[in-house]
Each structure stands twice: as C-alpha cells, then as structure tokens.
Write a protein that binds this ligand. Structure first.
Ligand code: PMP
Length: 438
C-alpha cells in the first residue's frame, strides 16, 4: 500500500490521484441545502453543486420519500419490449419542459451514455432516411462530452484524446471560442467571436455535406473552464447545419435544468437543436440518470423503417429506471414549486458582479460567467500547470468552500438555491484562498 490509510484502498477513485488523496483525504458525509458536512464535522459551502448537478440543493425529504415509495412499489423493471408507467410519465414531463419540437426522450444512466446515444441516433437517423454516407461528426476544441469513446472523440480535451480518441475515426473539430486577447473579462456572452462558427462551412466544403451526420457542442462549455458562446455564434451554427442537412446536438448535461435561469440553454439563446443530451440536473444529482431528447422528425424516421421487432438497436439495463424517474419527478416538482430557475435568473446579475469583484486578486488572468456558472482563470505556475488551481481548491476546502479546479481554472456552479449572501461568502473564501496560495 502506498497511501497512509487501508480503509481507502479498495475504491479506485475517478479522475483522482489516489496516493495524494489517501495521504490527506477529504471526506463528505452529509449534505443539506447548499452545504456539505465533512467527516470531521465541518460545514462546506457547495460552490459546485456537487459536480454541476445538484441544482435544487441537497437533502430534500420529498425526493427521498418518492424514491423510497417507488422502490417498494416497483424497484426495477426492464424497459425492453415492456414498460412501467413512471418512465412514460417522466418522459412526457421532460418533453413538456423542452423547447418546442423536442419531444421524444431516450433514457440512459449518465451524461456519457446520453452522448453515446445521441451520436448513435444521428448515424441511425441518416441511415433510416437513405443517407447512410453521413457518418462524420464535428465536435469542438475544449469540449467535454463524457468518457465514452464517442464522447471522447468529439470532445476536445487533449488528455482524454491522446490516450483514447484513436478508436473512433471520422471526427473533426471546430475551434473553441476562448481568445483572451479579444474576450478576457467579458461579462456574460463575449461580443467577439461569432465568426468562428464559419469554420463549419470550411469543414463542409472540405468533406462534403453528404458525409456529415452531426455537429455536437455544449452551448456553454463547462468542464473545460466555462466558455460562454460569443453573441450570434450558436445562431450561426444552427443556420449552417440547417442549410446542409446536418443535425445539431446541444450537450446540455451542465446547462440543462435552470443553470442559465431558463429550463435549457436552448431557451436562453433562442436556438433549438435537433437533439439535446441531459443528465445531472435531471434528478439534481440524486439518482444517476441521463437522457437524450430528439425531435419528432428524428423519431418518425425510425418508425418508418422496416424493423418490426426493434427499431433502434440500442438501450441500457437502466434506461428509465423507476427510482431515477421517481427522483426526477420529485425534483421537477421542487423546481416548479420553488421557482428555482427564475430565482437563478434573478440572482445572475449579483453573481456576475461578485465574481468580477475578484479581478484584482493575485494571479487572476481572466473571469467568465453566464447564468449561475462562473470561472476564475489563474496564471499557471512556471513549475507546472494545474498546481496553483489544485492548491487553491484544497485551501478553499479547508476554509469551508467547495470550488473545482479544472487545471488552473477555478470553476463554479452552485446549487441554484444559493442566496446572495452565500454567493458573497463563496467569493470571500475564494479571495482568501487566492491570497493565501499566492
Ligand atoms: N457532457 C457534459 C457537457 C458534461 O459536463 C459531462 C459531465 N461533467 C458529461 C457529458 C458526462 O456526464 P457523466 O459524467 O454523467 O457521464
């Protein structure tokens, strides 16, 4: 054993240096409202909504009760060739919230699975319509679409790609939209950069539209450091996709369910894609679930095909899991009852002012925000990128604030139920940590 603690040896932690963690573990043992409690009894203000997912805040008894009752009534049922009511009811509920035209929901167990599903739908859709030459995908630099092979291939994170991206061919990438010389410290959407969407025309000219199945983007890139789209950029992607028969997929795993103050980013930007991938906020992180929501046109193409037994050769054991649907239903009730999305919209100006208040803190080189998303980008140390961010994360944790480090970018996505005073507290902790680590 290379760490200091036997109890911690068996769980191989995701995206973690296990030895480093075991030497100084950070253990969360409880959560209520916008706070975690640690094993040693401290309160930690949740600045990240868990992992961009706990939009409704923590510890809702209604959710626990709904899952409890569902498990006693029907704990599990297959969704292949048979059904259970709550999956249909929950799909209708999600479809009812989604932008006009997106109304068929394919359930899965995570954001990664939702992305793989969307990519497979795109290929199968074109094939069903007799356009089987459309097999190419276009992603974007600095995109995160989960850890499936498809998601990694369309994603734009070098450490994911250099190890695992070679398995899926036929993928190109649009340039990312972050250009500090033009859009550093922009508040909300940067004014500069809509023209970067024109790169899609270049890729169409290079490959031929008839070879391109879909374009996938996060409306606001999240995990790679919160990059809001330039004004007009998503609109232009939509126009180009429509003109060339290319499907547009929005990965709304982070932006879905109120993060920008609207149900989906598609609503915020007024741009409707052909598919959206969802997870995280769909159950506010309480029970694992992903979903891919598609347009009626896509759904109908499958129903016109020759298959009578199986129309789409795809599915998961946990597609539409009763416990996840029950949790999701209860969470949607809370979002509606407490007007959670509208509260987030109302708090966004305060959030923006508060995060930009860190501009004069040590080593800050950019600040970005949209809705209740934010990023404070730090100058990397000469000794190694990512180390300053990691140290700030650890320091903030000891001061009572949970803030994520994406390399040297401190990323924030608190529960949408956070108050203005708690926002101020969060940024006071971050300032203290920036000063301490400097
Ligand atoms: N897409 C996006 C935009 C994400 O941010 C994430 C997770 N952070 C995923 C997909 C993958 O979701 P999961 O971790 O649930 O597989």
């Amino acid at each position: 054993m290379d760490g200091s603690n036997d109890r911690l040896d068996a769980f191989w932690m995701p995206f973690t240096a296990g030895r480093q963690f075991r030497a100084a573990p950070r253990m969360l043992t409880g959560a209520k409202g916008v706070h975690y409690t640690t094993e040693d009894g401290r309160e930690i203000l949740d600045g990240t909504g868990g992992l961009w997912c706990c939009n409704a805040g923590h510890g809702h008894r209604e959710v626990a009760d709904a899952v409890h009752e569902q498990l006693l009534r029907l704990d599990y049922a297959p969704a292949f060739q048979m059904g259970h009511p709550i999956a249909f009811d929950f799909a209708r509920r999600i479809a009812g919230m989604a932008p006009e035209g997106l109304d068929h929901v394919f359930f899965s167990g995570s954001g990664s699975e939702a992305v793989e599903t969307a990519l497979k739908v795109a290929l199968a859709y074109h094939k069903a319509r007799g356009e089987g030459t459309r097999t190419r995908f276009i992603g974007r630099e600095r995109a995160y679409h989960g850890v499936g092979f498809g998601g990694i291939a369309v994603g734009g994170i070098v450490n994911n790609r250099r190890h695992f991206a070679q398995i899926v061919g036929g993928v190109d990438h649009l340039p990312h939209t972050h250009a500090p010389e033009h859009n550093a410290f922009s508040r909300g959407q940067p004014a500069w950069g809509a023209h970067l969407a024109e790169d899609l025309e270049r890729l169409v000219a290079l490959h031929g539209a008839e070879t391109i199945a879909a374009v996938i983007v996060e409306p606001v890139a999240g995990a790679t450091g919160v990059l809001p789209p330039p004004v007009g950029y998503l609109e232009r992607l939509r126009e180009i996709c429509t003109a060339h028969g290319i499907l547009l997929i929005f990965d709304e795993v982070v932006t879905g369910f109120g993060r920008l103050g609207t149900p989906f980013a598609a609503d915020y930007f007024g741009v409707t894609p052909d598919m959206m991938t969802l997870a995280k906020g769909i159950t506010s992180g309480t029970v694992p679930m992903g979903a891919t929501i598609v347009s009626g046109e896509i759904r109908r193409a499958f129903e016109q095909g020759p298959e009578h037994v199986i129309e789409f050769f795809h599915g998961y054991t946990y597609s539409g899991h009763p416990a996840a649907c029950a949790a999701g239903m209860a969470i949607m009730d809370i979002y509606a009852r407490d007007d959670v999305f509208a509260r987030a919209a109302a708090l966004a100006p305060h959030w923006q002012a508060a995060i930009h208040g860190l501009r004069d803190a040590p080593h800050v080189r950019d600040i970005r925000n949209l809705g209740l998303l934010g990023a404070v980008e730090l100058e990397p140390r000469a000794t190694g990128p990512g180390t300053r961010g990691y140290d700030v994360f650890v320091d903030a944790f000891h001061r009572g604030g949970l803030i994520r480090a994406a390399g040297d970018v401190m990323v924030l996505s608190p529960p949408l139920t956070i108050s203005a005073a708690q926002v101020d507290e969060l940024f006071a902790i971050l300032r203290a940590s920036l000063e301490a680590v400097a």
